[in-house]
Design a protein around this ligand. Sequence first.
Ligand code: FPP
Ligand code: MG
Length: 307
Amino acid sequence: MFLKQIEERLLSELDPHVKLVLETGRYIVEAGGKRLRPLFTVLSCGMCGGKPEDALPLGVGLEYIHVASLLHDDVVDGASKRRGRDSANLVFGDEVAVLTGDYMYAKALHLFSTYGTQLMIKIVSQAVMDMAQAQVLELTKVGEIISEEEYFQIIDGKTAVLFGSCFAVGGLKGGCSNWEKLFEIGLRIGRAFQLIDDLLDYIGDPSKTGKPVGNDLKEGKSTYPLLCVLEKMDKEFVENILSKPEPTDEEIERLRKEVLNLGGGEETKNRAKREIQEAKNLLKTFPENEFKREILKLVDFVVERNL
Ligand code: FPP
Ligand code: MG
């Protein structure tokens, strides 16, 4: 439902007149993705009683923000792969990747100024401020064991607030004024999404995720699967590997396997399920209709994907 319209609009709104910006923008958009953000935006609008199509350019704007953040993130991380293919920074260079990210972000704001409201712009710009800050926070914690509180601060900022914005913006467009409640629903779903993303770093099939397992550990990032079993582990052993600039593959494998043996994978999946349950509870107060049913299907997909 709506996927075809989203794909078409994602390409048709992309209209830079400098050829290289167009080429880079198309490259990252055409690399695909699940389009969860625009889907949640149009479905939230429909669920709240609006015409879902009215929220389409706003959903597209939110996907552009996501794409812009990935372009920048891959430069920051020095990544060479994205969505199973060479990353844009590898193909076009860091400078072009960053500047195309700037273009996509500004394009999103432009769409919001045409089809949105001041309140929507406030919600979305706050989300982007949170994203940038969470990324910096994550950077400063590389090589360290972090607290669960810090972990949730990071994932709420880097992922969940944008999902929150999708629900809030869609709902506002659909005529619902209780956008805070919708934001909370998206926040919970986004949290679950990132928890599963972090779990896939431990157990995912690289041919489906497009990334090798153990990548986060290799980069010195401590995520929920590790943090939730940390009490049962030798902290010094963990810290030693995390802080190494170039840990060996054997060290990463040892750490990864130990986390899984101690139940870190199951516990992460359970935590994601609890977040989803809370989102579903909050959704109960919204009207029952085909759009809500579609949201619920997508929400289950968030937890089950690639597992
Ligand atoms: C991927 O995380 C990165 C994000 C989800 C957010 C990145 C946000 C910014 C760079 C700031 C906002 C900037 C703009 C222009 C909107 P990850 O590295 O954990 O995931 P990955 O494995 O997919 O790279
Ligand atoms: Mg990254």
